[in-house]
Ligand binder design. Structure first.
Ligand SMILES: [Zn+2]
Length: 282
């Protein structure tokens, strides 16, 4: 009954005018030319439902505007294009701090709990809210952090936790894809950790070495933020993520589309040390 009512509300909502600022927001190639027309409509509908259905709350005095909600919802909805139903329907609230924030933290050392605090960009809770730092969202939106995206990071944790604990293994309906995931992702993670321990850099942020859950979240950030570069560094992982996130949603202008011109070898020489610590937990 609830699903019937929700779908009816969504249908009615889809016939209402879109906000005047939306054309400006979707000017970005990742939201416009990279997507097929059908996928762009799906993206906007998913984002519109997220804006309307979630409880949006500004913390520490932040006033959350409609445009801020849409910026977050559009990015999060990029993760859901390959799915018929939005995996983010279970999220009730999205809480936004003005900038990075200090959160209490508990660490177990044997039977002893150590109370401390940590600086955070965002966090995702199982069956709980998403928490985000607006200053970082805005900086990433403006392209100042080309490989990072805190919105995609935290919402990818939600995909991961949909079938239990955060372990880097989301729900995958296709059995062949699930088998590939199980054999490839832990292997890629081990190679990544080994590469960092050997003193080499990687396009995936070193925070991904924390565990498989963070590897999934951080590599998903890089996959969506810089697909061409990600494919050059991690072609097997790029192929897997392409299938999981729905490669049929993308037009020939998408850097990972099979018909897109191959990456220039010149770009391979532009690798630089991309590793730097960033405050993040969650
Ligand atoms: Zn994380």
């Amino acid at each position: 009954m609830w699903k019937w009512w929700r779908n009816r509300q969504r249908k009615l909502r889809s016939q209402k005018p879109l906000p005047h600022f939306l054309p400006r927001l979707i000017e970005r190639p990742d939201l416009s030319t990279w997507l097929t027309d059908a996928a762009r409509v799906k993206l906007i509908n998913h984002a519109r439902n997220m804006v309307a259905e979630k409880n949006w709350e500004g913390l520490s005095g932040l006033v959350v505007t409609e445009e801020m909600k849409w910026k977050i919802a559009l990015q999060a909805s990029r993760l859901t294009l390959g799915f018929d139903d939005s995996p983010f329907d279970s999220i009730q609230s999205i809480l936004i701090y003005p900038s990075t924030y200090v959160a209490p933290q508990q660490t177990w050392l044997g039977h002893i709990v150590v109370e401390s605090s940590s600086l955070r960009l965002g966090e995702a809770w199982k069956r709980g809210p998403i928490v985000l730092s607006w200053e970082d969202i805005q900086r990433e939106w403006e392209g100042q952090e080309p490989l990072h995206n805190v919105v995609i990071h935290e919402f990818s944790h939600v995909l991961d936790m949909a079938n239990g604990d955060a372990d880097g293994m989301p729900v995958i309906e296709n059995p062949a894809l699930a088998r590939n995931w199980i054999s490839l992702v832990p292997q890629q993670f081990a190679q990544f950790v080994q590469r960092l321990h050997s003193g080499h850099s990687d396009i995936i942020n070193s925070y991904g070495a924390t565990n498989l859950a963070e590897f999934f979240a951080v590599s998903t950030e890089a996959f969506f933020s810089s697909p061409k570069l990600f494919n050059m560094w991690h072609p097997e992982l790029a192929q897997l993520y392409r299938q999981y996130y729905g490669d049929t949603c993308y037009s020939t202008s998408w850097p990972l589309h099979p018909q897109h011109p191959r990456s220039s070898p010149l770009l391979l020489s532009s690798r630089r040390d991309l590793n730097h610590d960033w405050a993040h937990v969650g």
